[in-house]
Design a protein around this ligand. Structure first.
Ligand code: SAH
Length: 252
């Protein structure tokens, strides 16, 4: 084959287009095909070459997501046609984004792949909300946890997560917030540990609420948080501080 295609697996950051990397922007502007999912907003897609083909593979309400095997096959097919493909994922592609699986599949199929890191929602949303995920006085470690794992039979190492002096960031946290709070408290974490929920972080419609670990589920329900949202648990959640000028900067 004379023209060899390539797939760039690119992190789109937490939402605000200004939080894209320069490389992500350059690739968006030069790609022939952009394969994206639900977390990637129109503001970001709007930065792509208007002539690029944009293919949505995420889940919309009441529709099923394109199965992972279908996405893999699509990426391989487009690259084999000699196209430059950007596989655009919210946040960082290697944090709860199946980026690793897609990379492995593409490599096995003999396709050239590059990975472009992105600002994960965890660090992006925390910083934008004024929450330092680590802090010399409050947290010497930070752990990213999948809410899906929290619901599973095996579950994460709750005793380890419940140890104080660290920050926990739960992704896909909404439906499992109740069990998460209960398990952490059962394993010794103080029920009054500060907690924050960030919905649509860094975007215009961002919603930010704080409370205590014991009330995590009601915080979500009472504030009608429907996602995408993160739960940040730990003493640092009480340090949230959103400056007016930050808000204004977000709104531009
Ligand atoms: N690769 C992504 C995570 C994908 S998993 C990353 O690094 O950020 C999808 C989950 O990410 C959502 O359920 C939510 O928990 C979180 N998420 C992504 N974008 C978000 C945002 N702007 N605000 C709050 N949570 C977000």
């Amino acid at each position: 084959m004379t023209h060899r295609g390539i797939v760039h697996i690119v992190g789109a950051g937490p939402g605000d287009p200004e939080l894209l990397t320069i490389r992500a922007l350059r690739l968006l502007q030069s790609a022939d095909v952009i394969v994206y999912d639900r977390l990637v907003g129109d503001d970001i897609l709007g930065l792509a070459d208007p002539a690029a083909r944009k293919i949505f593979v995420g889940k919309r309400k009441s529709h099923h997501a394109v199965p992972q095997t279908g996405i893999n096959a699509l990426l391989v097919r487009e690259a084999q046609r000699g196209r430059t493909v950007v596989r655009l994922k919210g946040g960082d592609p290697f944090i709860f984004g199946r980026g690793g699986e897609e990379r492995d599949y593409l490599r096995r199929a003999g396709i050239d792949v590059t990975i472009v890191p992105g600002i994960t929602a965890a660090t992006g949303c925390a910083a934008a909300s004024g929450i330092p995920l680590t802090h010399r006085d409050h947290a010497g470690a930070v752990t990213f946890v999948s809410g899906h794992v929290a619901a599973g039979n095996e579950g994460p190492d709750w005793a380890g997560l419940a140890r104080s002096g660290q920050t926990l960031v739960f992704f896909m946290a909404l439906s499992t917030a109740g069990v998460t709070a209960r398990k952490l408290i059962e394993h010794g974490l103080d029920p009054v540990t500060p907690a924050a929920i960030v919905e649509n972080g860094t975007l215009r419609n961002e919603k930010f609420v704080t409370g205590r670990l014991a009330e995590l589920e009601s915080l979500i329900r009472d504030n009608r948080i429907t996602g995408p949202a993160l739960a940040i648990i730990g003493d640092v959640a009480a340090l949230a501080h959103i400056e007016t000028h930050d808000r204004e900067a977000l709104a531009v």
